[in-house]
Design a binder for this molecule. Structure first.
Ligand code: SF4
Length: 319
């Protein structure tokens, strides 16, 4: 992971416990107060020119809208009802295929510091929907663990979710730093989830993240501490030898954790909105997978041809 080199504090965000904690845990890092995040915008310059910088700068800001945002799903596709909590935007890791590259509009990783408002919003929503089961996650707009050694957010969220048996929190990550959270188990409301890919893909395309072995070791530890687990093979990337590489990855997963602890496994083949292709080529010219022949799907995303998608999913259906 890249080292944080600069901190911006938006007006109104100074006087929060999370701001104080972050500043205390990043001594010596230059701090600048700004009136509004708009001053950081690089108008007229391509995202590829400043995305690397966005991985090393934090913006501490107040979430003025809702933290809780229903996942928009994909038009014409079946929605799984997942709910997202926007606690950060962007991530210090640097996956070459990361869809956030086409989404962030500031050269920073934003951390929303008003955790008290997040907890109050969750309480209100749970109280208003007593019969509903909610599946929520903090890993859609960033990595749920990558900044946790600085934020300490999961130390608050894990016991909080333990009090609401109809709510499930997914902590989705490519990191391995679960050790400080293990004493908070057992807690069956909390699911630690890892995105998995073959080791060669991780080394080349998931920059700064934990190695596969470290992720599986962390999963084993989380299971032993009494948490449930989930795994995401997403994005599945096609390359010569893909089937054997993914088969070995699944075998390592099977050897690392017991199936009873696994709440769900998801699969998703590589897909992205067309402008991301240009960003990937600009930032990571070696990423030949992005040059694959793809079709524009009805949802506006580029996807592998259907025949290839079926081939990529077939081994999972057979096993
Ligand atoms: S870990 Fe997730 S959010 Fe972070 S760069 Fe990789 S894909 Fe993007």
């Amino acid at each position: 992971m890249l080292r944080i080199q600069r901190i911006y504090i938006e007006a109104g965000a100074r006087d929060y416990p999370l701001t104080r904690r972050l500043l205390a845990r990043l001594p010596g890092v230059p701090v600048e107060d700004i009136p509004d995040r708009a001053v950081l915008q690089r108008r007229g310059s391509e995202p590829a020119a400043w995305l690397a910088e966005s991985k090393t700068a934090l913006l501490l800001a107040v979430q003025k809208g809702p933290f809780w945002r229903p996942c928009p799903g994909t038009r014409d596709y079946i929605c799984c009802g997942y709910q997202t909590l926007q606690v950060t935007v962007n991530c210090p890791f640097d996956c070459t295929y990361c869809i956030l590259q086409g989404y962030v509009n500031l050269p920073v990783t934003t951390v929303f510091v008003n955790v008290e408002d997040l907890l109050a919003e969750l309480e209100r929503k749970f109280a208003a929907t007593p019969g509903r089961i909610w599946r929520l996650g903090t890993g859609e707009f960033g990595d749920s663990l990558a900044l946790d050694h600085l934020m300490g957010l999961n130390e608050q969220l894990i016991p909080f979710f333990g009090r609401y048996p109809r709510a499930i929190l997914e902590i989705k990550t490519k990191d391995h730093a679960v050790a400080p959270l293990l004493p908070l188990g057992p807690n069956s409301q909390v699911i630690f989830a890892w995105s998995l890919n073959p080791p060669a893909l991780i080394r080349k395309h998931e920059l700064g993240t934990a190695a596969l072995e470290a992720r599986l070791q962390a999963a084993r530890q989380a299971q032993a501490a009494g948490f449930r687990l989930a795994f995401h093979f997403d994005p599945i990337i096609f390359f010569p030898g893909w089937e054997e590489a993914y088969r070995r990855t699944v075998a390592w997963l099977g050897a690392a954790v017991s199936p009873e602890a696994v709440a769900w496994i998801s699969l998703g083949a590589l897909r992205f909105l067309p402008p991301l292709r240009r960003i990937i080529f600009r930032r990571f010219p070696h990423s030949r997978y992005a040059a694959a022949e793809m079709v524009l799907a009805p949802d506006g995303k580029l996807r592998y041809f259907k025949s290839l998608r079926l081939e990529l999913y077939a081994p999972a259906r057979r096993s």
